[in-house]
Design a protein around this ligand. Structure first.
Ligand SMILES: [Zn+2]
Ligand SMILES: [Zn+2]
Ligand SMILES: [Zn+2]
Length: 133
């Protein structure tokens, strides 16, 4: 009683600390319940909450708000995380990368190209409604 000892709280965002990634059934390389093939190792920082999620479906399942997409004039911001080496890429660098991590060479899922509009916009606003609340 009266003991004031408490374990130090983990501090996110310290120098050199990899960002926290949110998701459903995440594995150590940021694969999630929805995307879990060998090449599904990319996490995306969401503009709406500035947090990394494994995919849009994870955001829909865990967040209480719709996704906001990145406007093209913010594509220089680091918003892509390689789940293998934890290297952060800007959206523009990710767009230009040949479906692999420029830092470690891990393969990225080329199928992601078909749903980039979920995260980065395409001139249209795309709203994902939460699956359940
Ligand atoms: Zn969000
Ligand atoms: Zn997911
Ligand atoms: Zn990498």
């Amino acid at each position: 009683m009266g003991a004031t000892a408490r374990s130090p709280a983990p501090v996110a965002g310290g120098a050199g600390e990899p960002p926290i990634v949110h998701g459903v059934d995440l594995d150590p390389q940021t694969r999630c319940r929805h995307w879990h093939s060998p090449v599904d190792v990319v996490a995306i920082r969401m503009k709406c909450c500035d947090a990394y999620y494994a995919c849009a479906d994870c955001h829909a399942a865990l967040a209480d708000h719709p996704i906001a997409v990145w406007p093209a004039d913010e594509w220089h911001r680091p918003a892509i995380l390689c789940g293998v080496c934890r290297h952060e890429l800007s959206i523009a660098a990710y767009m230009a990368a040949a479906d692999c991590c420029p830092a470690c060479g891990a393969r990225f899922n080329p199928g992601c190209r078909s749903h980039r509009h979920l995260y980065f916009g395409s001139g249209l606003e795309y709203v994902v409604s939460p699956t359940e609340r």
